[in-house]
Design a protein around this ligand. Structure first.
Ligand code: 13P
Length: 258
């Protein structure tokens, strides 16, 4: 059965000191969390540091990226096997910041998806439209194409026990989240699309929303039937804000029947 999933994406922020302080406080704050799932995605060089604090905690480790190769002459890359070695559970792939700044395309991202499944990690496939696509009414086709490219190469079965994060690019870091009703429409469309191939995978898949989530607006998103969690950027860098978001998930009585 699906349950709410809250992930803090720390992006390219922090240093040894600030990250140690943050993770110690978060582990302490989340000690009694049991009804939702929580994960933190620190910068890759601090994965090992954070992992040590997460042992015996309620928080999972998430990586911000992975390479398509498992080993070999690929200078600077990090493999799924290495992430698994560090007890990573989730891995973000296709985040718009990687699509934009590193020119990652749908086929390349689909390969990352596949390698993560093969190794046994949980991919979080980020999808979402930019402002121009939003303004011209192309949100739906952009999002579905990003999902189609994975299905076309590897079949819908790879979405079993995977996560999709809908992050409209214009809502990221802008302080202007998408409207919860609008996000619900996109999530429902994504779930229906997967249901065309496999109903039980569609019912089980966790679909998160990301883009300017705050403690103040998060409950409106959880109130929507097909929003199963949030991917939080800036608000996850502050213990109080992030913990309030986690608490909102913990206290939310989400009924997943029907
Ligand atoms: P913000 O919460 O800062 O808008 O970032 C969202 C995001 O990109 C999470 O991956």
């Amino acid at each position: 059965m699906r349950r709410l999933l809250v992930i803090g994406n720390w992006k390219l922020n922090g240093n040894k000191n600030t990250i140690t302080n943050l993770i110690i406080k978060l582990v302490e704050a989340c000690a009694n969390i049991s009804k939702c799932s929580v994960a933190i995605a620190p910068p890759v060089v601090y994965l090992d540091l954070v992992m040590r604090y997460l042992i015996n905690s309620n928080i999972w480790l998430c990586a911000q990226n992975v390479d398509v190769h498992v080993s070999g002459a690929f200078t600077g890359d990090v493999s799924a096997a290495m992430l698994q070695d560090l007890n990573t559970r989730y891995v973000l792939i296709g985040h718009s910041e990687r699509r934009i700044h590193h020119k990652e395309n749908d086929t390349y991202i689909a390969k990352k998806f596949f390698i993560l499944k093969k190794i046994g990690l949980i991919p979080i496939l980020c999808i979402g439209e930019n402002k121009r696509e939003f303004d011209s009414g192309h949100t739906e086709s952009v999002c579905l194409n990003q999902i189609k490219s994975v299905i076309k190469l590897f079949g819908v079965e790879v979405f079993n026990n995977s996560v999709i994060a809908y992050e409209p690019i214009w809502a990221i870091g802008s302080g202007m989240s998408a409207s919860p009703e609008r996000v619900q429409i996109v999530h429902k469309l994504v779930r229906n699309y997967i249901a065309n191939y496999n109903v039980s995978i569609a019912n089980e898949i966790v679909i998160q929303y990301g883009g300017s989530i705050t403690p103040e607006n998060v409950t409106q998103f959880f109130n929507q039937k097909d929003i199963d969690g949030v991917l939080v950027g800036s608000a996850s860098l502050n213990v109080d804000s992030f913990y309030k978001i986690v608490q909102a998930a913990e206290n939310h009585d989400k009924s997943y029947h029907g």
